[in-house]
Ligand binder design. Sequence first.
Ligand code: NAD
Length: 249
Amino acid sequence: NLLLAGRLAIVTGGGSGIGRAVCSIFAREGAKLAVVDLNKNSAEETVALLPQPSNHRAYSTNVALSAEVNSMVSQVQKDFGEVPSVAVHSAGIIKDSLFLHMKEQDFDDVIDVNLKGTFLVNQSLASVMSKANLPDCSIVNISSIIGKCGNIGQMNYAASKAGVIGMTKTAAKELAKYNIRVNAVLPGFIATPMTDQVPENIKQRIATMIPCKRMGTPEEIAEVCAFLASPRSSYMTGAAVEVTGGFNF
Ligand code: NAD
């Protein structure tokens, strides 16, 4: 009883961290993966790590550019000969600094990738999914608990991730009539290359603030994504699901 048997899934940010774990758990659950990342090598590396690499393909795409997103979505359909019915949008960046010192460019860059990227990826997917008349399509957007709570040094990031929640809830309302569900996952503090740079002593201090007393693993996020992507969550849309070990400031 695989959750995603035979389903074609697009995973952005699939070259690293949470996106890579999503690819591996979705493959375990029977999905065919279109692994999308700005970094082509890391997307190809993810494909090579999957059990049957020939079932999957890597794509190099900047999610902040509409032309690249649209051509990736149509190329995926050509390559697999079908419309994707599942997507996890995990591509994202941080450019941290205190509010009073934050550069306009760092604000724009984070909003471009995290917020506009979510708009472009969701719109492009919704456009092809809505025409395909499929019984259950599911889009999972990776937001962050920071989008609800804010965080020192992350004005740009918190704004982008709060925006992703608003987008997800709006998309859910507009797309339900096409059998497209749209949900957001709000991870807490997860051990990935994005959080690797955090000094060990700070990591330990944050861990003491988490009720579960540890960072999460990318697989613990990916398992929730698999549930939201599958028909087992058929009555869930517009949800913002916190996966934080109890951490919510
Ligand atoms: P990561 O840096 O390991 O992976 C992010 C991936 O996105 C990278 O492979 C990167 O190349 C890709 N990417 C960046 N910009 C892109 C672009 N413009 N177009 C296409 N791909 C692009 O980070 P992660 O920790 O796996 O983060 C994945 C998602 O989870 C992000 O949206 C992040 O904000 C979110 N998140 C992470 C944490 C955490 O603690 N790690 C917590 C909450 C939310």
